[in-house]
Design a protein around this ligand. Structure first.
Ligand code: PXP
Length: 257
């Protein structure tokens, strides 16, 4: 029973109904530094270990087709060493899907990939490629892997994902993140994330979000109703260079919970 305190309604059970989002730490850019010299340091598996000690609930890595940062070896090592949820970002391509089915991360997030992009620039076009995405989902689910789709916060894309058997949708927060310094535009993008996020949950899928989130802009996204997982990479790795991984993750964790 909610307790009325002044004008605020305080429900002591509310935290049970809307749990705090899990923090997924994307360690790709540790591998970016290593690949700059094609050497063996810094090791993303070490960063994953420190992230866990700092409170990460999930370790995320993107095995790109061009292997520009994470290598197959990293996935093998982290499958053995990561004790929290392991989330692997992949394109709908046969070779990486096959590898995922063999190594069985806890979750695969399907993303689009373009070789010339600096990072994943848009969401997956599930509305335009429903059959191809459906085949990838069936393959992964058949291997017992939970599947998330990285989608732009557009109602048509969420509708297209309905019925494919995905467990979660990760909403692309890039437009919200890039509106930094433009308060009205940022508020509008946040409203879009809230509206589309509600649609995701109404359709019975779990709500995730990520891309471009930083120590400065993460809080309103973390506070969205039903937000279950945030995946954050660049900002955490950048801070980790200055303060260390454990500290950087701990600071982000405090902001999102
Ligand atoms: N989520 C997905 C699906 C991504 O592709 C990325 C970038 O690799 C992220 C989250 C993390 O984005 P950022 O590095 O901007 O925090």
């Amino acid at each position: 029973m909610p307790i009325i305190r002044g004008l605020l309604v305080f429900d002591p059970l509310s935290h049970l109904l809307s749990p705090m989002p899990a923090l997924g730490v994307n360690i790709d850019h540790v591998a970016t530094v290593r690949q700059a010299r094609r050497t063996n340091e810094p090791d993303p598996a070490w960063a994953a270990m420190l992230s866990q000690l700092g409170g990460a609930d999930c370790i995320t890595l993107h095995l790109r087709e061009d292997r520009r940062h994470i290598q197959d070896r990293d996935l093998h090592v982290m499958r053995e060493t990561v004790t929290v949820k392991l989330n692997l970002e992949l394109a709908c391509e046969p070779d990486v899907l096959d590898l995922a089915c063999r190594l069985r991360p806890d979750q695969v997030t399907l993303v689009p990939e373009r070789r010339e992009e600096i990072t994943t620039e848009g969401g997956l076009d599930v509305a335009g490629q429903r059959d191809r995405v459906a085949r990838a989902i069936d393959l992964l689910r058949g291997a017992g892997i939970s599947v998330s789709l990285f989608l732009d916060p557009i109602a048509e894309q969420i509708e297209a994902a309905d019925g494919l058997g995905v467990d979660a949708i990760e909403l692309h927060t890039g437009r919200y993140a890039h509106a930094t310094g433009k308060a009205a535009q940022q508020a509008e993008e946040l409203l879009t994330l809230a509206t589309v996020g509600a649609q995701v949950r109404q359709l019975g899928m779990t709500l995730h979000a990520g891309h471009g989130l930083t120590y400065h802009n993460v809080r309103p996204v973390a506070a969205l109703e039903g937000m279950a997982e945030l995946n954050i990479g660049h900002s955490i790795v950048a801070r980790a260079l200055m303060v260390g991984f454990q500290q950087a993750v701990r600071e982000m964790k405090q902001l999102v919970t």
